[in-house]
Design a protein around this ligand. Sequence first.
Ligand code: NDP
Length: 329
Amino acid sequence: MSFNALVVRKDDEGKTSAQIEQVTLDDLPEGEVVVAVEYSTVNYKDGLCIGPGGGLVRNYPHVPGIDIAGTVESSEDARYKPGDKVVVTGWRVGENRWGGYAQKARVKADYLVPLPDGLSTHDAMAVGTAGFTAMLAVMALEDHGLVPGNGPVLVTGAAGGVGSVATAILAARGYEVAGVTGRPESADYMRGLGATQIVAREDINETVKRPLEAESWAGCVDAVGGAMLARVLGQMQYGASVAAVGLAGGAGLPATVIPFLLRGVNLLGIDSVMQPYDNRLRAWQRVASDLPMDKLATMIRPATLSDLPQLGADILKGQVQGRVVVDVN
Ligand code: NDP
């Protein structure tokens, strides 16, 4: 029996193109569990894998989709049985193995997380890797002492996927949130998620001139990296932490070590791909308890497999607001 998948092919000149094709279970990679996929998402990495690959995809033809939510169809692993609702993020699914842009996926049982109570497969993909990572970032900041009432928490790339979910979670937990955006038209959207202060990207994007500025932020979830992260480090309160999540603005870090040495600022690395199972479970459970579903609903844009080539190009240009939920059926 064949089913639909978004297949990316590479021609002799190295040019990639993505189209919906019919594939079979025999085409899918090895693994113990077949999932009937219900929804997937579009993250920045998906944009790379739908398009030129960004060095992430080794073998073509390729089925991208780094996030999967659906129902177990068959399982050779005792932990899962047909009918179980599951979610998959990370482990390089959709990068070096076929992912969620198909009506079925075969994955290793170790990659799966049971969907927590209170989250549907649709909700889980509205969250996706971006939201899961935002949760990991908030958890890391709190593990390093962040509590409400210390002052504003800065979220960079705030209208994007990671930023939107981080803003909603932080606001719901009682933090004052300042969102950095390069899209002034997104200000109302960000206020709706709970941001009380909007910072223009150009006000914070410049190269560091003074290693220390006024102590403005009690914490930061940074989806941008580059010059913005370098600048933010010098604006953190004494002993505060920055969770470094993304590189939408660049992979460089043109910073000085002065904020670490004179203000005890912490730079916390956040990786969602290789997170151990126990922490994944904890993060998904925290998503279910901490992220208001009405706020999540305002971030969502629905899509189908045929929308993905365009959406992939859009997210690479920073033109996707919030989260895209892809109904693969
Ligand atoms: P999005 O494209 O949805 O969001 C990124 C946002 O960053 C944009 O919406 C835009 O926000 C801002 N931005 C884009 N370009 C620039 C620029 N040149 N300078 C400053 N700001 C910019 O992507 P995601 O939210 O899905 O991902 C954000 C980052 O996090 C990506 O780099 C991604 O690879 C990374 N990531 C890392 C993970 C990990 O495990 N560490 C997991 C998931 C994502 P605005 O318009 O509001 O300015």
